[in-house]
Structure formats: structure tokens, C-alpha cells
Design a binder for this molecule. Structure first.
Ligand code: PA5
Length: 446
């Protein structure tokens, strides 16, 4: 279960000022429900959890089973919303060292198509030589350069190494129902494929096959993941009063902090497994709210690691930040600090204590220090890291983002700003159809 705590923001904003968001947050939540707000053709994610059927999950699990049976490595090719959700969940649930173990019970998931690093792709293709690998090619548009380029390399290598017949079994496409190169290829080659619904944008797609298939291939329980999201869908429903709706409260608090000059929100974890949850969250909020020259800048740190680097800025730099801490209550494992008769490191004061107790005191000490230093603190407590709670967490952030974006007054479901670099890149690479842009950009470079 996920619980939101906002009391540690009240030194900076008043309870009343948060309560004053009731009407705006309610209107925003109703606009999501009724499809009357901006970007209303992209609201398919809102009731996704409760609309997922057992048959649909069984289809995904059956496809995952084929990949698990035939592959030691599965490359997830995708970028942005087409890979971050899967990676966030898989890394949160995985043993930190499972990929280094010789005996592996699950295929290792590798990511590609999210960069254009020649060394990265060279090293990946070298690594995969002689390996039993498969590919999940994820692209809603089916034309994203980073992903398409990686897939071109991986498809050829898979076919060359494993033969066309096996390649057909171990390559799966997740893309649009009709449009795009990924769909054309999947249909022509006869790949198993899943559809990304038209009305679900990339960064809201973790509960579609985009997230669910890689998570299932990695060996995790997608039924529980969807169940957690469904519980949160109910908890943040349109009929839930403002004061009881965690997503509406989160949206209200962050908008009020923003209004009071807190322009940067830092998502904090004290568990390295949550690093990619932050990467997913940064995309969700950055791409949804950063427009019309408005929007909180979403940043993230892993504590206590980054207390030894970014900690200085957070404690003492410009006072334009607030923190949202994901606090995990219970670890899965127990490790106690041993006593040492010589005590050369002076750590015997910790002997007999759990490592997590030390971590928790680092967390509490940091919270107090940061509040003293002028950093408002929102906390999200999670009982433990499991599929159910992660489903709750991700859906909470999605609906919080929809409400928050509407309260801010932007369209949270488009991303016009990400096209600018693509246009220039295509012009510079002389892509057919960009002749005019090519001429214009070349003239600027003279
Ligand atoms: O959230 C988004 O819309 C983006 O991050 C996209 O998911 C990303 O650009 C990849 O696009 P596509 O799935 O079309 O390859």
C-alpha cells in the first residue's frame, strides 16, 4: 500500500492554501473523467487498470512464456514511454546482481533503442554474438529513429544467428494497430504483436503490453501489478472527495509549492532499486507539464549516494526546490552489522543493528536537515517493494500528473516540444521529405 504524507510542507505553505485547491482539483479530476479537458483524445490510460481482462493478461503471459523458453537474453527496444515503465518495474523487483549470476532462472532483460551510441550498439551486438536472444520491439509510432535503428541491427543479428523460423518466434512487436514501419514489418514477418491503443500516450502506457510484456518476461507477476493499479484507480476515483484523494492532494500541494517559488521537484529514494522509477517519473511529469514556458522541473536523486554530491546543493543552494520522498518501510532481506572486537573502524555503536535501521536514520536525519534548510518534504510510504505496491505507485503518479497538469492549465497529454530536435536531425541527415528543412539548416551552419 502507498500512503501520501504532506505535513512536512506546512512550514512552507499553509494547510488552508492546500484546501483551497479543492474546487480546481475536483474540476480537473472531472475533466479527466468526462473527457472535457485538453488532450482528451489521450485519456485511455485513466480506466486502463480496471478494464484489463484475465484473457488479455493470459495472452501476455503466454507470449512471455515463449520468450522465456527460447531466450537467455531479451532485448527491449524502445525509448521514452516505450521502455522506461518496464525498466522501472523490472529494476525495482530484480535482485541487484541476478544478471551477474551464472545460474539464471529468468532471461536477462537488456535495453536498446533508447540512444544512438555507436559504442553502446557495437558492444551490445558483440555481447549477443552466439547468445540465445530475442527482441521486444516497442514503438507506438513505429518510426522512432533510435528504436528503428537498433531494431534493424537486432533483427538481422537474430535472424542470422537463430534462423528465420526461430527469429519469428522470439521477436515480438508492440506498436500501432495499423500505422508505422514496426507494424508493416511485424505483419510481413508474421511476428506476434500487441497493439498500443490510440488513446494512450507513451508515458502513460506502462499498463499496456508496453510495460506488461517485458515485466512478465522478466518473471514478475503482472496480475498483481494490475491489481495494485486497480486499487489506486479506485482510491483516486472521480467520486472520492478531495481530502481523501491522494492524487488530488499531491497535485494541489505541488502546484501550491510551485506558486510559492518552488520550481524544482526532486524525487528521492533511499533504495537503489528505485532509480528507474525516478527516470520514468521524470519523463511523466517533465513531458506532461513542461510547456507554455511553465511547469515544475522534475529532478531525481538516489540517497544516500547523492547526499555525498547533490546533497550540498539541496541543503544550501538556491531555495527553489522541494522533495518528494519514496520511503520503503520494509526491506525483503535482513542484514545485521557485526560486532568487531578491535573496532578499528569505530562502528561498534552500530553492532547488532539492521542495515535498514541505519538507512532509516539517514532518511530521518536528512528530512529534518532539509526542512531546516528550507526544503519542503512530501513523503510517499510504500510497505515494501512488490508488484502490487508498484502498480499503486505508478498509477498514483499518472492520475496525479493528469490532475496537476490541468490545475496548471496546460495540456498534459501532448509533447509538441520533442519534435524540434527530430526535425533538425532529419534535415541534417537529408531524410527524404525534409529537403526544404535541409537547405534552411545548411544555410544556418555556413
Ligand atoms: O511519451 C512519449 O510519447 C514518448 O516518450 C514516446 O514514448 C517516445 O518518444 C517513443 O515513441 P514511440 O513509441 O512512438 O517510438
Amino acid at each position: 500500500m502507498i500512503t501520501l504524507h504532506i505535513e512536512k510542507t506546512f512550514d512552507f505553505i499553509s494547510k488552508d492554501s492546500v484546501a483551497a485547491y479543492e474546487a480546481k482539483a475536483k474540476a480537473a479530476r472531472e475533466a479527466l473523467e468526462n473527457g472535457t479537458g485538453k488532450g482528451n483524445d489521450f485519456l485511455g490510460w485513466l480506466h486502463l487498470p480496471s478494464s484489463i481482462t484475465t484473457d488479455f493478461l493470459a495472452d501476455i503471459n503466454n507470449t512471455a512464456k515463449v520468450l522465456r523458453e527460447h531466450c537467455d537474453y531479451v532485448v527491449v527496444a524502445g525509448i521514452g514511454g516505450s521502455y522506461l515503465g518496464a525498466r522501472a518495474i523490472i529494476e525495482a523487483l530484480s535482485n541487484s546482481f541476478s544478471w551477474l549470476k551464472e545460474e539464471k532462472k529468468d532471461p536477462v532483460i537488456i535495453y536498446a533503442g533508447h540512444n544512438i551510441g555507436e559504442d553502446y550498439l557495437f558492444e551490445l551486438t558483440e555481447f549477443l554474438k552466439g547468445k540465445k536472444f530475442g527482441v521486444i520491439n516497442i514503438s507506438k509510432s513505429g518510426t522512432t529513429t533510435e528504436t528503428a535503428l537498433a531494431f534493424r541491427l537486432l533483427k538481422k543479428q537474430c535472424e542470422d544467428q537463430r534462423g528465420k523460423e526461430v527469429a519469428k518466434k522470439v521477436i515480438v512487436a508492440i506498436t500501432d494497430a495499423k500505422k508505422g514501419a514496426a507494424r508493416i514489418t511485424a505483419d510481413k514477418e508474421g511476428y506476434k504483436s500487441f497493439i498500443i491503443p490510440d488513446n494512450v500516450g507513451g508515458r502513460f502506457s506502462v499498463l499496456t503490453p508496453v510495460g506488461l510484456l517485458p515485466i512478465a518476461v522478466a518473471g514478475f507477476d503482472i496480475v498483481q501489478f494490475v491489481a495494485g493499479a486497480t486499487a489506486m484507480e479506485k482510491a483516486c476515483g472521480v467520486d472520492v472527495p478531495f481530502a481523501k484523494n491522494p492524487a488530488a492532494i499531491y497535485a494541489a500541494v505541488r502546484n501550491e509549492l510551485y506558486k510559492n517559488g518552488k520550481k524544482i521537484e526532486i524525487l528521492v529514494n533511499y533504495n537503489p532499486k528505485l532509480h528507474y522509477i525516478s527516470e520514468w517519473w521524470k519523463q511523466l511529469y517533465g513531458e506532461s507539464e513542461g510547456k507554455e514556458h511553465k511547469g515544475i522541473f522534475p529532478a531525481a536523486v538516489d540517497f544516500s549516494t547523492d547526499l555525498h554530491s547533490m546533497g550540498q546543493w539541496i541543503q544550501d543552494g538556491e531555495r527553489t526546490i522541494f522533495e518528494t520522498v519514496i520511503s520503503v518501510e520494509h526491506t525483503h532481506n535482513k542484514l545485521t552489522v557485526p560486532s568487531d572486537s578491535e573496532n578499528l573502524d569505530g562502528l561498534n555503536f552500530l553492532a547488532g543493528k539492521r542495515v535498514d535501521e541505519v538507512n532509516k536514520m539517514a532518511e530521518l536525519g536528512t528530512q529534518i536537515a532539509h526542512i531546516d534548510g528550507g526544503v519542503p518534504n512530501i513523503r510517499l510510504t510504500m510497505e515494501t517493494i512488490n508488484e502490487y505496491n508498484l502498480g499503486e505507485l505508478l498509477y498514483f503518479f499518472e492520475v496525479g500528473c493528469g490532475i496537476s497538469g490541468y490545475v496548471l492549465g496546460v495540456n498534459p497529454f501532448d509533447q509538441p516540444g520533442v519534435e524540434a530536435y527530430k526535425k533538425n536531425m532529419f534535415a541534417l541527415l537529408n531524410k527524404p521529405g525534409f529537403e526544404e528543412e535541409s537547405k534552411a539548416i545548411q544555410a544556418r551552419l555556413k
